[in-house]
Design a protein around this ligand. Structure first.
Ligand code: PEP
Length: 266
C-alpha cells in the first residue's frame, strides 16, 4: 500500500511574515497525525525559518532545486548536503519551469532549460545525501496535441532516472505534471491523469521491476484545487499531489490534503 503524499510548491512566492502565517494556519487545520505525508517546499532562503515553523508538526520540508555537487566553485548554487542541513526531507527536481521557463533562449525562441541528464545527476546526488527526490515529468500542450505525450514521459523518465541505483528506487517520488495544466487553471481530467500515471508506472516497472514500481509514489500536479482533488486522488495510480498556487492558501491546501485522505484512506 502506497502512503499518499501531498506537497506544496511555493515557487518564488511569499515573504517571510506571510510564510510564517501560512504555516501557522496550516498547523491549526491539519490533523495531528494525518494518514498521508505532507510537505511544504518554500524558497531556499526560507528553509531554515520554515524548519522552525513546522517543528513538532506532521509537516515536512522540501527544497525546490539543488546542484548535484558536494561543494566547489558553483556560485549561486546549493548542494544537497546544504539542503539536508536545513532539515529537508524532499527536493523537487526537473520542475517544468526549470525545464521550459528558466534559462537562456535558443535561436528558435525556446528556453534551453534543465536537461534530463542534469535532473538525473541531481536525483543521484539527492539520494546520496539521504533525501527523497520528487522528479517532475510532463508533456507540453504541443506534445500532447501531436499524440506524443507518452513518448515524452518515457523519454523524460529514462533520462531523469539514468544511473539511479535500483535499490534506491522506492525512495523516489515521481510527479506527473502536464505543462499545459500548471498554473493555468486547466487540470487534467481524472481519465487523462490515470492514463499517464499508468504509463509512468509501467515504465518504472521496466526500469526497476514490478514490485518496486508498485511501491513508488506518483503525484499528480497541475491546477489541483479543493474542488478537483477528491476525484483526481481517487484514480488508482494517483498517489497524491504536487500543488502550486493552491498551496499558498492554508484553507485550500488543507482541503486538498483532506480530499486526498478521503479518496485514499477510507
Ligand atoms: C506546480 O507548480 O508544481 C503546480 C502544479 O502548480 P499549480 O498547482 O499552480 O498548477
Amino acid at each position: 500500500m502506497r502512503r499518499p503524499f501531498v506537497a506544496g510548491n511555493w515557487k518564488m512566492n511569499l515573504d517571510l511574515p506571510s510564510a510564517r502565517a501560512l504555516v501557522s494556519e496550516l498547523r491549526t487545520r491539519l490533523p495531528a497525525a494525518p494518514p498521508i505525508d505532507v510537505a511544504i517546499c518554500p524558497s531556499s532562503v526560507y528553509l531554515f525559518p520554515m524548519a522552525r515553523a513546522i517543528a513538532d508538526s506532521p509537516i515536512r520540508l522540501g527544497a525546490q532545486n539543488c546542484y548535484p555537487e558536494k561543494s566547489g566553485a558553483f556560485t549561486g548554487e546549493i548542494s544537497p548536503q546544504m539542503i539536508k542541513e536545513t532539515g529537508c526531507t524532499y527536493v523537487i527536481l526537473g520542475h517544468s519551469e526549470r525545464r521550459h521557463t528558466i534559462g537562456p533562449k535558443g535561436p528558435d525562441g525556446r528556453v534551453a532549460g534543465e536537461s534530463d541528464e542534469m535532473v538525473a545527476a541531481k536525483c543521484r546526488a539527492v539520494l546520496a545525501a539521504g533525501m527523497i527526490p520528487i522528479v517532475c515529468v510532463g508533456e507540453t500542450l504541443e506534445e500532447r496535441d501531436k499524440g506524443r505525450a507518452e513518448d515524452v514521459l518515457t523519454r523524460q523518465l529514462a533520462g531523469s532516472l539514468a544511473g539511479v541505483d535500483p535499490a534506491a528506487s522506492m525512495d523516489i517520488v515521481i510527479a506527473y505534471e502536464p505543462v499545459w495544466a500548471i498554473g493555468t487553471g486547466r487540470n487534467a481530467t481524472p481519465e487523462q491523469a490515470q492514463e499517464a500515471h499508468r504509463h509512468i508506472r509501467g515504465r518504472l516497472a521496466e526500469r526497476f521491476g514490478r514490485d518496486a514500481a508498485e511501491r513508488m509514489r506518483i503525484q499528480y500536479g497541475g491546477s489541483v484545487k479543493p474542488d478537483n482533488a477528491l476525484t483526481l486522488m481517487k484514480c488508482p495510480d494517483v498517489d497524491g499531489a504536487l500543488v502550486g498556487g493552491a498551496s499558498l492558501k492554508a484553507a485550500d491546501f488543507a482541503a486538498i490534503i483532506d480530499g486526498c485522505i478521503q479518496a485514499r484512506c477510507h
